[in-house]
Design a binder for this molecule. Structure first.
Ligand SMILES: CC(C)(COP(=O)(O)OP(=O)(O)OC[C@H]1O[C@@H](n2cnc3c(N)ncnc32)[C@H](O)[C@@H]1OP(=O)(O)O)[C@@H](O)C(=O)NCCC(=O)NCCS
Length: 231
């Protein structure tokens, strides 16, 4: 497989600035303030961060609820919608060249979620999407998760492939209204179609068509939800 195969997400990175128009200034003072506010426990800490983060960073929307020890690296490369919730011990690592992270309105990251980009990488999480405890998302391929998705605990979404087995960073797309079961792993290059459900512990190595229920290692489509009598 060729090194650095082209991303499956067609939007080139240059256009990402149109999608993420409000970018924060990356001043030393701003970074220091984020660092100082990070460890303060709730309820004082959550109240201070709700007030201060949108003032410090232009890319932040209204009313964020951020618990203590949420590590935010590369704040100038993050755009956050309104009413975003990020729980304790999560890490957003955007300290890379030309990278951008977008969390839509009402996105919720549960405890210990790790999002790590990479150079020339965008991660875009749509409105009303929930990411469960200790889930990991990683570039440097682009990752796009649609609106109203539910990613259960300990899921892994890895838009990269190790160079020992043929490096790639094709990117991953999870379309709107998908449900990813606990511990499922989504590998590089995969698109999961609209409204699909992926079983707990599945390893998804190939594209999944819309409305599928897919389970197993490697994941196979069990049925199409559209044909279910109750759907
Ligand atoms: C994938 C899933 C949605 C399918 O549910 P379902 O449509 O009710 O499926 P069934 O229980 O009728 O199982 C159908 C078949 O798939 C198998 N199967 C179900 N889930 C499986 C899984 N996660 N991995 C492997 N096989 C699975 C069943 O053993 C059964 O096989 P059989 O026909 O040979 O007996 C569900 O099993 C699942 O994994 N849910 C994830 C739960 C979770 O992670 N919750 C987190 C909280 S948000």
């Amino acid at each position: 497989m060729s090194v650095q195969a082209k991303s499956k997400i067609e939007r080139p990175l240059q256009q990402a600035t149109e999608i993420f128009p409000k970018r924060s200034p990356n001043t030393s003072l701003g970074r220091l303030a984020f660092l100082l506010l990070e460890p303060i426990p709730r309820p004082l800490g959550t109240a201070l961060r709700k007030f201060a983060y949108p003032l410090l960073a232009k890319g932040w929307g209204k009313n964020p609820y951020i618990q203590a020890w949420v590590e935010i690296l590369g704040v100038d490369k993050i755009v956050i919608g309104d009413n975003v919730r990020i729980l304790r011990n999560s890490i957003l690592n955007c300290n890379f060249e030309n990278s951008l992270l977008k969390l839509g309105n009402n996105v919720s990251l549960d405890r210990g979620v790790s999002i790590r980009l990479g150079d020339n990488c965008t991660v875009d999480i749509g409105d009303d999407t929930y990411i469960g405890p200790y889930s990991c998302l990683s570039g440097p391929g682009h990752v796009k998760i649609g609106r109203d998705c539910l990613i259960a605990s300990m899921a892994g979404i890895y838009a990269n492939q190790h160079h020992h087995v043929g490096a790639s960073e094709k990117g991953i797309t999870i379309e709107d209204k998908c449900w990813i079961g606990s511990g499922a792993k989504i590998l590089d290059g995969v698109t999961i179609g609209y409204g699909s459900a992926i079983g707990a512990g599945a390893v998804v190595t190939k594209d999944i068509p819309p409305y599928s229920v897919a389970v197993g290692v490697p994941a196979k489509v069990l049925e199409n939800r559209k044909t279910r009598p109750d759907d």
